[in-house]
Design a binder for this molecule. Structure first.
Ligand code: SF4
Length: 358
């Protein structure tokens, strides 16, 4: 480890000695390491779950099953019941599988990252955390908090997820050989309490004079997030058929998009089927403009066609209803079709366009 990396780890450990969070699964800074079983349970529970939410579950869990052998002998249903409310239930199933594997090995967790990683359901992060915290092994422990601190400390500009390799290398370069468990927990604490996602408290940070993101005045820009992928774009058609002050509305299929709602007849705006629209009536049709709409997973241009014929009787065999225009706001049209209806009324009121689409 070079002098600058050593300087970082020493500053961080000194800060941890004074500011470590007291958590029920932890040993005090510098004290002998805690029981691997408790470290392992806490690290599994903390995945995708906050410390505050985990504390009461951890207490109930370890009171009922104080050892890995006790957990290995538990009924699956009992474990799931105590886990209920923590979410991500695959974690509880993996926990049981792992407990039974450790019990079959004599009830002692292996003490190396590699051997821990070989246990069922125990991922790379958890193996590194247990190896470092419970066994004092030098292991590079990178959770979301550590990722944020390291990305800022070294102003790692490569966006996630590709930037994770550089973050991991940098985290490895500052991980000390001594007290690596305390170092891992110190990084977690710094990320959770000082180097927070928003408004990091750099004035209180023990690493502020070596932090490149802070020096650039851009702490919150790191880690760099990937550019948002553009939403797929679809095109579709809807038809406005008006007769004596009423418009033809249909009820959308129950399970599809906007299912069960009233709407203008349309072509389903299915991805990749642009231009295959079949109108509910033979022409004549006129262009009525288009409306743009953005759904959660795609954006849509809905082209409106205005019926200018008088063969309304052909609709009699189709599902739908004539809805009075003066009460159109009571039809409960979803936003997309409400926009299309406004456009149609503005267009028909102002006189139709010249373009004729048969
Ligand atoms: S100086 Fe600020 S941005 Fe840098 S590690 Fe400390 S809290 Fe995070």
């Amino acid at each position: 480890m070079d002098a600058s990396a050593q300087n970082i780890s020493e500053s961080l450990l000194a800060w941890y000695d004074a500011h470590a969070r007291a958590l029920p699964w932890r040993a005090a800074p510098g004290a002998p390491p805690p029981d691997a079983y408790r470290v392992w349970i806490s690290e599994v529970m903390l995945q995708q779950t906050t410390v505050a939410a985990v504390i009461p579950y951890f207490a109930r869990f370890t009171e009922r099953w104080p050892t890995v052998e006790a957990l290995a002998a538990a009924e699956d249903g009992d474990v799931m019941a105590v886990w209920a409310g923590l979410g991500y239930y695959a974690r509880a199933r993996n926990l049981l599988a792992c407990a039974r594997a450790v019990a079959a090995m004599g009830g002692r967790f292996p003490d190396s990252e590699e051997a821990l990683r070989a246990l069922p359901g125990l991922g790379a992060y958890t193996a590194a955390a247990v190896a470092a915290i419970a066994f004092g092994r030098r292991a590079v422990v990178v959770d979301a908090n550590v990722e944020r601190v390291v990305a800022r400390l070294f102003a790692i500009a490569k966006p996630l997820p590709a930037g994770r390799a550089a973050i991991r290398t940098a985290a490895g370069a500052i991980t000390p050989h001594e007290r690596s468990g305390d170092f891992a927990q110190a990084m977690m604490d710094l990320g959770a309490t000082i180097c927070t996602t928003r408004a990091p408290r750099c004035l209180l940070c023990p690493l502020s004079d070596r932090c490149l993101a802070r020096q650039a005045g851009e702490a919150e820009s790191f880690p760099v997030k990937p550019a948002k992928a553009a939403k797929p774009h679809r095109k579709g058609h809807a038809w406005w058929i008006e007769r004596h002050g009423a418009v033809w509305l249909v009820r959308r299929q129950g399970k599809g998009m906007l299912g069960g709602m009233r709407a203008l007849p349309d072509d389903g705006w299915i991805a990749g089927r642009d231009g295959t629209a079949v109108p509910p009536l033979a022409g004549p049709w006129q262009a009525g403009g288009s409306v743009a709409h953005v759904f959660t997973h795609f954006s849509l241009d809905l082209n409106l066609r205005l019926y200018s014929g008088s063969d309304w009787d052909s609709l009699a065999a189709q599902d739908g209803e004539w809805w009075p225009l003066e009460r159109l706001d009571e039809a409960g049209l979803p936003t997309l079709f409400a926009k299309a209806a406004r456009l149609a009324q503005a267009t028909t009121g102002a006189g139709r366009g010249d373009e004729v689409i048969q």
